[in-house]
Every structure is written in structure tokens, then in C-alpha cells.
Ligand binder design. Sequence first.
Ligand code: BYC
Length: 476
Amino acid sequence: MTNLNYQEKIPNNVDLSTDLSLQRALEHWQPKFKNWWTEMGPEGFQASDVYLRTATSVDADGWATYGKVKMPDYRWGIFLNDKVDDRKIHFGDNIGKPVWQQVPGDYRSILRRLIVTQGDTEPASVEQQRELGKTCPSLFDLRNLFQVNVEEGRHLWAMVYLLHAYFGRDGREEAEALLERNSGDMDNPRILGTFNEPITDWVSFFMFTYFTDRDGKYQLKSLAESSFDPLARTCQFMLTEEAHHMQVGETGITRMIQRTLDVMNELNTDSIETIRNAGVIDLQTIQRYINFWFSSSLDLFGSEISSNSATAFANGLKGRPDEMKYEDHSEKNSTFTFEGISLENTVETQTIPMRNAMNEITRRAYVTDCEVGLKRWNRLIKKAGYDIQLKLPSARFRRNIGIWAGVDVNPEGKIIAKDEFDEKLGSWLPTDSDKEFINSLMIQVVEVDKTAGWITPPNRGINNMDIHYEYVNLIK
Ligand code: BYC
């Protein structure tokens, strides 16, 4: 087990003190990060004590300690999983050769692009969520929001370490740029679409942590297979933190649905108007939020047919999630058959080299994982006695990246006429009046023993603490 060194200015388990120029470069970046955190991080709570977990080892059995800390004092640091001796490349064209401890010259720019893209999403999500504290449904939820935020900040550190340590001057410039782009900024936006979408209500926050953080899980799993060993080890540790973020999303949506069902049963109604008048969110509106965030997150996997993904796989830079579960790790001569689209805009079976289909293969694993929550929520709805089912829309619906981009497809996956699409799109996605209604529910609740009326209290607290523990001490 590698203990983390907390004595240093930047906590780390990479022996930072033995590389003075790297240490200096990162210490130079640190105040810029802190400025960014103060300006773009959670608004209004920087002086509050928050019950947070902090990584204190990378050992699976006990890496986290919990305690109250002011967010600007959180110990963001650089933690990589332990090195595996004699690790070998296990996919692509170089199978069996030793993994790289340095960046091979030929792969420098593609690796840098992957690391920058990954790094860009982390601060983006903090920026997207910065206003949410003002409308938290409970102190428990407020704490979870901040936990997610500080860990996304740490994930930024993880990528910035790689840029500084392995990419020289270019890397340092990229690290600066990660703090300069801003979510939703017209002139200098974040790289990937979803990370420029505003998250101004908690329904969106729970959807984002369920659907978009799950993209994070699958991208990190793919990068955790990388033959560039420092990247693999960084991502392996990031995945342990990521699990909590998705759990925040899943339990948040579950609690929201449970509250709606409780009220529907109390009032013995499925009338949307009555449900809304009672201050809870009708399942139809929840479906529209699912449609929005799921379809947006699907784009994050890139195009169905991608030469970038083929190159990354062939070169051993980015594998498939859980690469070892596949039989063929070279996939040099294999093919992938799927339902694509013809020049005449009809569905057509297409066969492409397997390596070009890596984005699609990863997307499919992601979709299967997303379905788990849907099944659980539908069981709750059925148990409550209602004949409504929440569904994931088709992976062709409302795509902006890939072969389905700009094709008029309904949530069932059928290509439809443009007029019909334009007319109905509004009813498949959150409408202005949905947003207005959701916003009317977003009233901050910070009394220790209270939870907002639109969501049930949590089942259990954090780290075995009571659900009514004062997870955040507000400055009044
Ligand atoms: N929006 O060959 P293509 C997370 C670009 S989330 C805008 O189809 P490729 C987190 C693409 O960059 C995980 N642009 O795809 C979650 C490329 O541009 P260039 C983040 C997009 O390259 C919650 C062009 O389209 N990590 O951690 O195979 C909170 C053609 O690309 C989009 C990663 O994404 C889009 N949605 O794959 C906090 C992993 N999609 O280069 C954190 C690193 C594609 O031609 N990134 N484009 O100008 C990658 O592996 C790949 O870059 C992608 C795209 C999977 C994103």
C-alpha cells in the first residue's frame, strides 16, 4: 500500500519531492487552481465547514478519511494506483511488450489530446454546478454536491500532473488552458458538448451524475487499460472516487421518484396537474429529463465510425472498458456489424473494421449499465401500482455527434419527417414550462432535520453518520 504524503504542499504518492522542477511547476499552477476554485467553484459556501472524505491512501480497504473541512482547504493532490511489476501491453499492435513509463514520441499528440479532453470535463462540471448550493434540498445533498465538486477538482489535478510530468512545455500550456476555458463560454467553451449545458436545478444535477458521470466511468475504464502506465494508474484510482458520484445520481433520482409515488398514492391520482400542485415531479417530466441528459451523454462517446478510436486502440493508448473480458485483443482483422444509415437516410446494416467501432462498443456497454437504474425505478413504479414505465430513448435520438447527428429520429429510434420531428421535439424534452415548474420547487432547505418536499430523505447517512447530521456548517 502506498501512503500519501500529506506533509508536502501538494499531497502525492509520486515522490514529487525528488523532482524539483516538476514540483516547482506544479506549485506554480496550484495558486491558479485555487483562484479558479474561488471564482468558478461552489458559490457562497467557501467559508463553510463541510463533512468531506479525503483520500489518504490508494489502498482499496481504507483510502478515505472523513472530517469537516473548508473547501478551499481541501487537500487536492496527485494519487496513482501502485505500479504493477512487469505490466505488459495487452491490446492493439504491441501486445506483450512492456508498458511505457514515458510517452512514446509518435503518440505524443494523440495522448495529449485524450488527457486534455478528459481533464477539460472535470473543472467544467464544477463550473456547471456552481449555483446549486443555493437551492439544495437538504444538508445531506449539499454535502454530496460538494464532495462531487472537490473530487472533480482532484481529477483535474490528476490530468494536470500527467501534462506537467510528461508533456513538457506543451503540457504546461495545456494545464493553463484547462483553467481558461469555461463551461458555456461563447468565446472559449469547454471541449465536449454536454459540459457546456447549464445545470441550474437538482433534477438536472441528479441526471448529470447518473448519466454523464457514467460516461466518465466508461472513459476512465478505457483509459485505465492504457499502455501509457501513468495514465492507466491515474485512471484506476479516479474510478474509485467516480463510483460515489454515480451513486449520488442514482439515489437522487430514486428518492425523487419515490416521493412522487408516495404522493400519488396518498392522493390516489395520476393526474399530472394534481401531482404538480402537490409539489412533486410527475414521472412524465422525469422522462423528459432522462431523454435530454441521456441523449446528450451518448454524444460523449464520439462517432460510431471513428478512425481516431481505431488509432488509439491499435497503438494501445485507449482500450475497451474491461478489455480482458474480450477474446480478441488485437481485433486487426475482425469486423463489427451494426444498424447504420444510408445516403438515402434509411436504416442500413453496415460492417466496418472492429477497431473503427471502439466508440460504439464502449457506448453500448454504457447503455446497458444505464438500463440498470431504469429497471430499478420501474420496479418501484410497478410496486406502487402504476402502469407507467420510464425508458431510455433510442441511441439514435437527438444526436449531435456521429452518424445520427442531425437525422430526425423519434425516441423509439424511427426516422421521421422533419416537420414531425420539429413539432414533437418540444414534447420529448423538458419544456420551458417544465423548467419553470422545476425551478419553483428549487428552494433551499438547510434545517438539519428537514428535506425538501419533492424528494424523500435519504435512507442512510454518510460514513454511518445520522441522516440528520449537520453535514455542512453554514456561515449565517
Ligand atoms: N462534443 O472520432 P470522433 C468525465 C469531437 S466524462 C464535442 O468521433 P473520438 C466526467 C472529438 O473530440 C469523460 N466534440 O471521436 C463526467 C473529435 O474532435 P477533433 C471524459 C466531440 O476522437 C462528469 C471529433 O469530434 N473523458 O470524465 O474517437 C463529470 C471527432 O471525434 C464530442 C473522455 O472523453 C462531443 N460530445 O472520441 C466530470 C476521454 N465527441 O479531435 C467528469 C477522452 C466527439 O477531431 N476523450 N467530439 O477536433 C476521448 O477519448 C475522445 O476524445 C472522445 C471522442 C471519446 C471524446
